[in-house]
Design a protein around this ligand. Structure first.
Ligand SMILES: [Fe+2]
Ligand SMILES: [Fe+2]
Length: 161
């Protein structure tokens, strides 16, 4: 299975494995779109009005990421997935932001690995596209951590599997 071969060091994988991993990334982008569309509208409380506006912007950026990733999957000759990762909901504003931050952390960890995998396959243009997405995902992390009054967690450690 692709996940087991994808090691933290981003060792060489097949193009089919890369397409499968990008489909996981795409499912995470769909998840992010849905979460931000909903959370940006239902977040209540004066202290969260600023972040609610930012979440609306995130929603639009996540849609662009989904389009970019979908294009890369098609380029690899595979069919982009139509299924999002599950979206958690909560009535508590801080909990919603916590779910978002956890997801962004996971996304950042994955894209860092994906860039190494693309480069190992000589797919430098794809790596560049994902780098540009990664810049925005890290911004999302910062926005959410700031709203929660926390530091951005260190995601440079290898995935927990
Ligand atoms: Fe994204
Ligand atoms: Fe994001």
């Amino acid at each position: 299975m692709a996940d087991q071969k994808s090691g933290a060091a981003g060792g060489t994988i097949s193009r089919d494995d890369l397409a499968a991993l990008l489909n996981e990334d795409l499912a995470r982008e769909y998840q992010a779109i849905i979460a931000y569309v909903v959370y940006s509208q239902v977040l209540k409380g004066a202290e969260f009005m600023n972040i609610a506006d930012q979440l609306e912007l995130h929603a639009q950026q996540e849609l662009k990421h989904a389009l970019t990733i979908s294009r890369q999957i098609d380029y690899l000759g595979k069919m982009p997935t139509v299924t999002p990762k599950p979206v958690k909901t909560s009535k508590d504003a801080r909990e919603m932001l916590r779910f978002d931050l956890d997801n962004e952390n996971e996304t950042v960890r994955n894209y860092r690995e994906r860039i190494r995998q693309c480069e190992a396959l000589g797919e430098f243009a794809m790596a560049e596209q994902i780098r540009q997405i990664l810049v925005q995902e890290q911004d999302h992390q910062i926005d959410l951590a700031t709203a929660l009054g926390e530091d951005v967690p260190d995601m440079s450690a290898p995935a927990k599997t």
